[in-house]
Ligand binder design. Sequence first.
Ligand SMILES: [Zn+2]
Length: 324
Amino acid sequence: MRSPSFSNRSWAQLMWRRPPRPSRQGKARRLREWSLQVIAACALFSCTTLSASAATWTISAQPALLVNGAPVLFQVKPPTKLASLTGTWLGHQLTFSYDASTKTWFTLAGVSFDTTAGKYPLELKAERAASKTPSTFTQTFPVFRAQYPQIKVELTVEKKFTEPDPKQQQQIAEGVKIKDDYLNRVTPAREWDGKFTAPADAATSDVFGSQRIFNGKAQRPHWGLDYRVPTGAPVAAMNQGTVLLARFLYFEGNCVVIDHGQGLLTLYFHLSEFKVKEGDSVKRGQEIGLSGSTGRATGPHLHVSVRWQGTYLDPARLMQLPLP
Ligand SMILES: [Zn+2]
């Protein structure tokens, strides 16, 4: 909460200014004047307190408890009407959308898997609608360490995925280049609208953050959520957006990437068939492909990842978020 603009010093001066030494004449008048001064000071103080509370920024985060690897919805109610609102969080740029019905600005953001526990500032920069003068506000949020499964998943895949020959290494390098180019793009404007929903009507088989071992070699943690589906099951867009990628990549197989704006992407791997092409607009729940086992997969399943500005977030946590 901001302190009132009325400084403590001047308040104290007004409160504790002694009445003039009373003379016999006009003592009652001076006392009355002093009383009026005190009343005026009190009225002024309560006025500034009121305007100070009206001029308060209300900033909330959902979920209320922030952890590494989790997406977060920031909602901001500013004290005055704004033309625009941007922010900085964990080194990322945020662009907020405005909801006129609740007079609230909001954006999706995230906390990377590698973020250590601590307190981190959300720095806001606003442009006032009336004066176009910039104003800034900072609020600190604590980030806690999440418990991700320590289970080790031993998997056996074809040798071309763990010991690629020179030609395969070149194909892998091409895939890395495409991913570097496309997956780090940030579209500031929001396309997502409301909740993110499950991409498949099936149980999950592997969760975000688990440690995996392919052919005896430890790999990076699992950056997504796996659904137990046979080949040919419909795969649905988790939210509204634009198809950024719909092509074959060495490890991911046939993969679709949807850009939902505000730096948020959803990725769908190992598809047997595409139902969309790059540049298509898609709605939440729209069929974008059929499941399969293309790329580095031990069998038919659907892998989905959520990527926000270059960092992978837990898709299960994103689907749990109630979103405007
Ligand atoms: Zn997976």
